[in-house]
Design a protein around this ligand. Structure first.
Ligand code: SF4
Length: 206
């Protein structure tokens, strides 16, 4: 990725710091190191194969993520979504890949390794074109103490209010059970009337 493009996408001129951080993590023995790459048509789909090269040359997991309506500027446009299948096709023109079995039903990425035994792994998170919500077991806790049952929920559940208010363990347990019962069947992005969350990915947490 080029420095200017990184700065435009993230709002930070920090590509070199991120690369240094990856190497520092490796030096500290952390692993697997995962790099998430959101691919946007007309912006960075020309770098998909470069990122596959990056995974091989640095022994990393690169996860290619379909562009989702979670951008702060609300600029998301369906025509800018590059499907996981299209990205996979681009990479397969250069490298033979072998599927990696899912570790659990709730795993978000469809994973591959290189058929020639080279290091690195690739994952594809196909939220828009091949949703995997039926296996989702996620709850997210925001930094200000609210539970969200889906990345795209239109509402949240105030856990901090309960905990700070002196609720008993049993009351908190009942609250969690009731919250989980409201979990959406899916994100609804492909259905008429879908309204993006007012919250950005940065405020929700990854
Ligand atoms: S239900 Fe929501 S959080 Fe779960 S996989 Fe679907 S979009 Fe993601």
């Amino acid at each position: 990725m080029k420095t200017a493009k990184f700065a435009l996408l993230t709002g930070r001129d920090a590509l070199s710091r991120v690369l240094e951080g990856i190497e520092a993590g490796r030096a500290a023995g952390l692993g697997p190191i995962k790099v998430n790459c959101v691919v946007i048509r007309g912006f960075n789909e020309d770098e998909v194969v470069d990122f596959a090269d990056f995974a091989r040359s640095h022994d990393l997991t690169v996860r290619f993520i379909e562009y989702m309506p979670l951008d702060g500027k609300k600029d998301w446009d369906r025509t800018q979504v590059v499907s996981g299948a299209e990205m996979l096709g681009m990479i397969r023109e250069r490298y033979a890949l072998v599927p990696v079995e899912r570790a659990s039903r709730s795993e978000t990425a469809t994973r591959y390794r290189f058929a020639d035994g080279a290091p690195g792994e690739l994952g594809f998170i196909t939220t828009i074109t091949e949703p995997f919500c039926d296996g989702c077991s996620r709850l997210r806790l925001t930094a200000d103490g609210r539970l969200r049952t889906c990345l795209f929920s239109s509402r949240s559940h105030d856990l901090k209010f309960l905990v700070r208010g002196g609720a008993s363990d049993d009351e908190i347990r009942q609250f969690l059970i009731a919250t989980v019962a409201t979990k959406e069947a899916g994100h609804g992005i492909n259905e008429p009337g879908f309204t993006p969350s007012a919250e950005t990915m940065a405020s929700i947490g990854g």
